[in-house]
Design a protein around this ligand. Structure first.
Ligand SMILES: CC(C)(COP(=O)(O)OP(=O)(O)OC[C@H]1O[C@@H](n2cnc3c(N)ncnc32)[C@H](O)[C@@H]1OP(=O)(O)O)[C@@H](O)C(=O)NCCC(=O)NCCS
Length: 338
């Protein structure tokens, strides 16, 4: 039976670090408020003045790191899956830009998905299905975000702006025939489109004619910035994540006690602590890196995964649980025997 195993991981974040103390005066906030409510201390931003980079630039660096760790070249990859909410252009999707920038052969198919914070989980599920069906043998899943060019750096943006950061991560997934039980065991995905407007950026959009107009910049119209009902997203996350995690473990005939490491989406440390507490997952099994990166949306889970792998904290046979919820709303969980 074919399994989907992780062949390599990589990440890249721009060098520029922006601390809460640097951000706070712009948005009338404080380091204390941001740390207490979210666990975030700093985030990385593209250095727009000295070294401008696009989302696919970040993705290319993460991809090359993942390929190197897998000891593979771009020519070995059969499919590129790319997840982001912050594409370089309105269209085409970023996958084709990544193909060129990371040196993939012309002809390598590029599939863009946009499920925001669950981009990694949705992408993993697609890659797993493609590999298990025999369609492709090696798949790159790249997840990348540049948020810093789309945030509101005024007091009006203070409930959203400190949460997000720029970053990218990538994994290489491959087919294995005798994997000894290792590989992606199962993934569960979900969505509730009734809550689409709870976290969204409206402009530009094809439902407006023209798509861009001066009206979109008039005072009081905040449609070009992320709008979020933070309390509702928080509530949805702490109620839905335990359910989808239990369902996923059950499908894999595992229990919480079997989980070696829990790598959740990094949106708010309080969400992840609450979910771990509800499920009785020991705090030392939960991976947090939100204090250094904030929420890097699609890149968040694979970035935490790559750091954990590179720190030597995952060994063969470990059961790794991923889970997240974000804009859409979309959510999901996946369990992997490493
Ligand atoms: C955004 C979030 C941190 C806000 O924390 P909260 O405890 O819910 O705070 P509230 O939104 O209720 O705001 C409380 C007060 O703090 C104020 N406030 C909001 N942002 C602030 C900031 N950065 N600095 C200082 N004060 C702020 C609000 O204006 C509000 O003031 P009021 O009581 O006078 O009206 C929290 O709701 C959250 O993390 N939600 C989930 C978000 C998420 O996960 N999003 C991404 C999903 S992928």
């Amino acid at each position: 039976m074919t399994s989907t195993i992780f062949l390599g991981t990589g990440h890249y974040v721009p060098e520029k670090v922006v601390t809460n103390d640097e951000l706070a005066p712009l948005i009338n906030s404080s380091d204390e408020w941001i740390v207490q409510r979210t666990g975030i201390k700093e985030r990385h931003y593209v250095d727009w003045e000295n070294n401008p980079m696009s989302t696919s630039d970040l993705a290319a660096k993460a991809t090359l790191a993942a390929l190197e760790s897998a000891n593979l070249t771009p020519a070995d990859i059969d499919l590129i899956i790319y997840a982001t909410l912050s594409c370089d252009h309105a269209f085409p999707g970023d996958g084709v830009y990544l193909q060129v920038k990371a040196g993939f052969p012309v002809g390598t198919p590029c599939l863009d998905i946009r499920t925001q914070c669950t981009g990694f989980l949705y992408g993993l599920s697609i890659a797993d299905a493609m590999i298990k069906s025999g369609t492709y043998k090696k798949v790159l899943l790249a997840c990348s975000e540049v948020q810093s060019s789309g945030l509101d750096f005024s007091e009006e943006g203070r409930d959203v702006t400190p949460l997000f950061g720029d970053g990218a991560a990538a994994v290489i997934l491959g087919a294995a025939e005798d994997s000894d039980g290792r590989g992606v065991l199962t993934t569960t995905l979900g969505a509730d489109g009734n809550l689409a407007d709870v976290l969204c950026v409206k402009y530009p959009g094809s439902m407006y004619n023209p798509r861009f107009s001066q009206d979109m910049f008039k005072e009081g119209d905040r449609g070009r910035y992320p709008q979020m009902n933070g309390r509702l997203v928080f509530k949805e996350a702490v109620t839905r994540l335990p359910v989808v995690i239990n369902e996923t473990l059950q499908k894999a005939s595992l229990t919480i006690d079997d989980v070696t490491l829990f790598i959740p989406h990094q949106a708010n440390i309080r969400i992840n602590e609450a979910v771990a507490q509800r499920l009785a997952i020991a705090p030392e099994k939960v991976v947090h890196n939100i204090s250094r990166y904030g929420n890097t949306t699609a890149a968040s889970i694979p970035l935490a995964l790559d750091e954990t792998v590179r720190a030597g904290k995952i060994k063969a046979g470990d059961v790794v649980l991923f889970a997240g919820l974000g804009a859409g709303l979309t959510w999901g969980a996946s369990v992997v025997r490493w």
